[in-house]
Design a protein around this ligand. Structure first.
Ligand code: ADP
Ligand code: F6P
Length: 326
C-alpha cells in the first residue's frame, strides 16, 4: 500500500508548444495520481486556462484511448500574463480557490519558470519536460523529440528522392527554436551533406558553396542541407546558392507537421514514466521539482537548479555527421 498522499488534489496542464507524448504524460499523472489517493483536475490551455479557471475533473476513464493520440487533449497556450507578478499571484489564488494544492506542468523551460513562481506562492509544482526541441538541460530526453525526428526524417527522405532525380541541392529547414538537436539527428539519419546548427554555424556561405561544388566533382547527384530553424532564411539562402553554384536549389520548410502525429513508442513510454514520477513527487509532498532522465535514470531536480543548467550538442555527433558526409 502506498503511503497516504501529502496533498489531496492536484492539477495538470500542458504549456508552450505541444509535443507528441504529452497525452501519455497526462494519462500517467491522472492514473498514478488516482492510485496514490489524490483527486486530479485537468486544466485546459496551460496557464491561460488556469487564469480563466478552465477546469475538468478527471478520472481514470477521462484519459482512455489517449495514449496513441498526438497533440494534447488539454490544449496548450502561451500566456503573457503568467510572466507578470500579478498574473502569478492570480494563478496561485485560483489554485487555492479550487483546492488545487499541487500542479504538474508539462512543457519546456518557459513553462517551468512559471511553475517555479507558483511554488514561491505556496502551490506545490512539478515540471515534466515536453518539447520536440530536446533543449532542456536537466534531462537527456524530452517527450516529443523522437516522434518529431522520425516525422522529419521520413519527410526529408521524400525530398531527397526528388532532389536526387533532378540533381538538385535541397535546403530543408527543421524546427528546434534556437537548438540544433532535431537538425543534428536528422542530418545524420538522412545522410545530409551539410547540417547548419545554431550552436556552431559560422555564417560562412562561401564554405557551403565550395562544398557543393566539391561534392559535385566527387560524383554526388544531390546535395542535402539540413538547416535549423534558429538559422532560418532557407529561401534566400537557396537563391544565393543557386546563383553562386549554378546548381538548381530549392528550399523546403517542414514546419508544424513535425509537431504532430501519433507518438512513437519511446514518447509514449517516456511520457508515461515521467508523468507517473511527477504524480508520485506531488503525493510525497515535494515541490519546485522538474523530472528528468539523466545518465540513464529518472531523477528530479530543483527547478531553479534545472533552469541554471547548461546543455551542449554532443561533439561526437557533430564530428561524425561531418565525417560521414564525404
Ligand atoms: P516552453 O515551456 O516550451 O519553453 P514558452 O517559453 O513559450 O514555452 O513558455 C510557455 C509559457 O510559460 C509562457 O507563455 C508563459 O505563460 C510561461 N512562462 C514563460 N516564461 C515565464 C517566466 N519567466 N515566468 C513565468 N511564466 C513564464
Ligand atoms: O518549442 C517547439 C517549437 O515547435 C519550436 O521548435 C518552434 O520554434 C516553436 O515551437 C514554434 O512555435 P509556434 O507553434 O508558436 O509557431
Amino acid at each position: 500500500m502506498a503511503a497516504e498522499p501529502k496533498i489531496k488534489t492536484i492539477g495538470v496542464l500542458t504549456s508552450g508548444g505541444d509535443a507528441p507524448g504529452m497525452n501519455a504524460a497526462i494519462r500517467a499523472v491522472v492514473r498514478e495520481g488516482i492510485n496514490r489517493g489524490m483527486k486530479v483536475k485537468g486544466i485546459y490551455q496551460g496557464y491561460k486556462g488556469l487564469l480563466n479557471e478552465e477546469f475538468v475533473d478527471m478520472d481514470a476513464r477521462s484519459v482512455s484511448d489517449t495514449i496513441s493520440r498526438g497533440g494534447t487533449i488539454l490544449y496548450t497556450a502561451r500566456c503573457a500574463q503568467m510572466r507578470t507578478p500579478d498574473g502569478q499571484k492570480a494563478a496561485a489564488d485560483v489554485c487555492r480557490r479550487h483546492g488545487i494544492e499541487g500542479l504538474v506542468v508539462i512543457g519546456g523551460d518557459g513553462s517551468f519558470a512559471g511553475a517555479e513562481k507558483l511554488s514561491e506562492q505556496g502551490i506545490n509544482t512539478v515540471g515534466v519536460p515536453g518539447t520536440i526541441d530536446l533543449d532542456i538541460a536537466c534531462t537527456d530526453y524530452t517527450i516529443g523529440f523522437d516522434t518529431a525526428i522520425n516525422t522529419a526524417m521520413e519527410a526529408i527522405d521524400k525530398v531527397r528522392d526528388t532532389s536526387t532525380s533532378h540533381e538538385r541541392c535541397s535546403i530543408i529547414e527543421v524546427m528546434g527554436r534556437n537548438a540544433g538537436y532535431i537538425a543534428l539527428w536528422c542530418g545524420i539519419a538522412n545522410g545530409s551533406e551539410d547540417i547548419l546548427l545554431p550552436e556552431t554555424y559560422d555564417y560562412d556561405e562561401q564554405k557551403l558553396i565550395n562544398n557543393i561544388i566539391d561534392c559535385r566533382k566527387r560524383g554526388k547527384r544531390h546535395h542535402i542541407i539540413i538547416n535549423a530553424e534558429g538559422i532560418g532564411h532557407s529561401s534566400s539562402m537557396a537563391r544565393r546558392i543557386e546563383a553562386a553554384t549554378g546548381v538548381e536549389t530549392r528550399a523546403t520548410i517542414l514546419g508544424h507537421m513535425q509537431r504532430g502525429g501519433s507518438p512513437t513508442c519511446r514518447d509514449r513510454v517516456f511520457g508515461s514514466m515521467m508523468g507517473a514520477y511527477a504524480a508520485d513527487l506531488l503525493a510525497d509532498g515535494k515541490t519546485n521539482r522538474v523530472v528528468g532522465f539523466y545518465h540513464g535514470e529518472y531523477v528530479d531536480f530543483d527547478i531553479s537548479e534545472a533552469l541554471a543548467m547548461q546543455k551542449h550538442l554532443p561533439e561526437d555527433m557533430v564530428r561524425v555527421s561531418k565525417a560521414l558526409s564525404i
